[in-house]
Write a protein that binds this ligand. Structure first.
Ligand code: SF4
Length: 202
């Protein structure tokens, strides 16, 4: 009985937190795209990674991306590492509007919980996400801090790149470790501060 109630509540929270109709003139999908590009790391700021994260087709994802590009919320930036590839980045206009993100009401509700409850709740949701993903054969999105590919050579904090990604073989800066990644594989470093953030369908 409790398990059905929990599942219903999780579903309901997800629905109402994503907002219904237009908020500041943007649809639910457009908000989801803005939120995604605000969190994604540099390897994941592409239409195909957004499509995977949002569990939608590349065509639908491209339409959503195009619509917010036209509105001036996204811009295309040539990669510093690979000049041939292009990544999508939020504009200042997008960063400003994210302050009105309807999802923030859910963040505030989570913030109002006692710290001990937050940790337990976060761990319980991560376990549920991992099990659902395993049952359906879906990959997970997550951050470097809990990824199998994260490599650290134990260099001093003064080193500009004490970390590296074993998947892309590229150095990682400390500030990049919290970015959401399409190449994430859950590893042994899972903590409550480095959540698995999304189950997806491909
Ligand atoms: S370490 Fe993992 S999460 Fe971080 S960039 Fe590499 S594949 Fe992505």
């Amino acid at each position: 009985m409790n398990s059905h109630l929990i599942a219903e509540l999780v579903l309901h929270l997800g629905r109402i937190a994503s907002g219904e109709g237009l908020v500041d003139g943007l649809t639910v999908n457009q908000w989801a795209a803005l939120r995604y590009f605000a969190q994604a790391n540099r390897f994941s700021r592409t239409p195909s990674a957004f499509a995977a994260f949002h569990a939608t087709t590349r065509g639908t994802a491209s339409q959503t991306i195009k619509s917010i590009e036209v509105l001036g919320y996204l811009t295309r930036v040539r990669s510093e590492d690979d000049k041939r590839s292009v990544r999508l980045a939020l504009t200042d206009k997008a960063k400003n509007i994210l302050a009105n993100d309807p999802f923030e009401s859910l963040v505030r509700a989570a913030d109002s919980l006692p710290h001990g409850v937050q940790g337990q709740f976060s761990n319980a949701l991560q376990r549920m996400l991992a099990q659902v993903a395993q049952e359906r054969g879906n990959p997970l999105f997550g951050t470097c801090k809990s990824c199998q590919y994260l490599e650290s050579d134990g260099c001093s904090r003064n080193d500009p790149s004490p970390y590296a990604c074993g998947f892309t073989n590229e150095p990682l800066h400390l500030k990049e470790l919290n970015g959401v990644c399409v190449n994430f594989i859950p590893g042994k470093f899972v903590t409550t501060k480095s959540p698995i953030v999304r189950v997806l369908s491909r």
